[in-house]
Design a protein around this ligand. Structure first.
Ligand SMILES: [Ca+2]
Ligand SMILES: [Ca+2]
Length: 141
C-alpha cells in the first residue's frame, strides 16, 4: 500500500470542490437505491451493513449493528429530519476523509519506524531505538 499516494489523493479530493462534489454524488447515488434524492433509514442501514461486512468478523459485534446504524444515521442526519440529503452526506464524508488522512499518516509512520528498526536489527541492535526517533516524519505539505 502506497500511503503517501493515498494521503495525497485524499488531500486532493478535499481541496478540490468539484472533485469532492463528484465523489459525494456518486456515493450518494449508490446509497439512494430508490432514486428519491434523499437517503432513508433503510438505505443507510443496508449501506452501513455492507461496510461492516468487511470490517467486523467478530460474532460479538453483530448484535451491535442496529446500534451502529442508529449512531451513523444520527451523525449523518444533522437536522434530524429523518432523511439524509446530499449536503449532509458531504459534511460527513469531509470529516471521514480528514480522519482517514490522519490514520494513513499514523500508519505510514509506523511502517517507516518498523523498517528503520529492522534495518538496524542484527548488526546494530543498540542503535535501533535511536533510529526510531527521527525516522518517518511526514511532510505536511
Ligand atoms: Ca432514497
Ligand atoms: Ca436531514
Amino acid at each position: 500500500m502506497d500511503y503517501e499516494k493515498a494521503i495525497s489523493n485524499l488531500h486532493n479530493i478535499l481541496t478540490h470542490e468539484d472533485k469532492f462534489a463528484e465523489i459525494n454524488k456518486s456515493i450518494f447515488d449508490a446509497i439512494d437505491t430508490d432514486n428519491s434524492g434523499t437517503l432513508e433509514r433503510d438505505e443507510v442501514e443496508s449501506f452501513v451493513k455492507s461496510l461492516l461486512v468487511g470490517i467486523t468478523n467478530d460474532e460479538e459485534e453483530e448484535y451491535d449493528q442496529n446500534e451502529r446504524h442508529r449512531i451513523v444515521f444520527g451523525v449523518l442526519d444533522e437536522n434530524d429530519s429523518g432523511e439524509i440529503t446530499l449536503d449532509e452526506l458531504g459534511k460527513f464524508l469531509r470529516e471521514l476523509f480528514k480522519e482517514q488522512i490522519k490514520e494513513l499518516q499514523d500508519a505510514s509512520e509506523r511502517v517507516k519506524r518498523k523498517a528503520a528498526s529492522s534495518q538496524n536489527d542484527g548488526w546494530n541492535r543498540g542503535g535501533a531505538q535511536g533510529a526510531q526517533g527521527y525516522n518517518g516524519r511526514i511532510n505536511d505539505d
